[in-house]
Design a protein around this ligand. Structure first.
Ligand SMILES: [Fe+2]
Length: 286
């Protein structure tokens, strides 16, 4: 499915052989499968290679609309095989599609600046590690760049999932889970209402920037609800995301200021349960 494939080509990081990049990341298969985990904390400083808006995107909104929820997880376009670079997927809806719950300007900045910054940062970090392997870089900076891979890699995948975990209100967004996911939520949390209360409390109390996650632990097949900090901290290794909410201030501050709880509450009018259900079905089938 090419409808979300509009992508960014971060400006020319040194060439990274694709296999090396994936090996350095250690999550190649994970990314390809559209599964990802992440966590929270500081505002990323867009690296020097931060791309501007992709030239193949219109000034507003996506190049083509897709039916919300009609996106298989494996089709998240986060990486370009031809160039060996991670790329910015287009939003699967217009910037104002989340109105009145999330304003258009927040969506535009969030996607075009913040998410793009994570993509550029990930490519930059991998390029720097490749330079170090070729003896052209500073070998004393492996720790720094490896840390940056975690942060920006988490940020890229988290946001790529997040856009698809939402859909326009009343047009795929809102309602409640169905099918196997609904049954698992009831079994794990006692009821949908108890899940909602605990999800809100979890996301609302993340310290600093971060995420609230509902994920499947793949060996036990159990649903876990936990916090992520920054883009990558506090994650449960191997857990496969089903639902996540970005609670960095950049996700809500223009409209909600310090009222994070109101933003988290509004998010429930936007959740694309069909997409989340696909992630769940996929996770327990592994
Ligand atoms: Fe974000």
């Amino acid at each position: 499915m090419n409808s979300i494939n509009a992508s960014t080509r971060p400006s020319a990081p040194p060439e990274i052989p694709r296999r090396e990049a994936l090996a350095a990341l250690g999550i190649g298969a994970f990314v390809a499968a559209g599964a990802a985990i992440a966590q929270p904390s500081t505002q990323p400083t867009p690296p020097a290679t931060n791309p501007t808006r992709p030239k193949d995107l219109p000034a507003k909104g996506p190049p083509t609309a897709i039916v919300p929820g009609n996106l298989a997880p494996a089709e998240l376009h986060v990486f370009d095989e031809a160039t060996g670079l991670f790329v910015l997927p287009a939003l699967p809806y217009a910037f104002d599609a989340m109105e009145p719950y999330i304003d258009a300007k927040t969506m535009e900045i969030h996607h075009d600046k913040h998410h793009a910054g994570y993509v550029a940062g990930l490519n930059k970090s991998l390029a720097e590690l490749a330079r170090i392997r070729s003896a052209a870089g500073d070998s004393g900076l492996v720790k720094f760049w490896a840390n940056q891979v975690s942060f920006h890699g988490g940020g890229h995948i988290n946001h790529s999932l997040f856009w698809n975990m939402m859909a326009p209100p009343g047009k795929g967004g809102g309602g409640s889970p169905r099918g196997a996911l609904a049954e698992a939520i009831n079994k794990t949390f006692g009821s949908y209402e108890q899940f909602v209360a605990q999800f809100k409390a979890t996301a609302g109390s993340v310290e600093g920037g971060g995420w609230g996650w509902l994920a499947v632990e793949p060996w036990s097949k159990q649903l876990l609800l936990f916090q992520g900090e920054k883009q990558q901290d506090l994650m449960v290794t191997g857990a496969l995301p089903v639902l996540g909410i970005d609670v960095w201030e950049h996700a809500y501050y223009l409209k909600y200021q310090n009222k994070r709880a109101e933003y988290v509450g509004a998010f429930f009018s936007l959740i694309n349960w069909e997409f989340c259900g696909k992630l769940y079905d996929r996770a327990i089938a592994r």
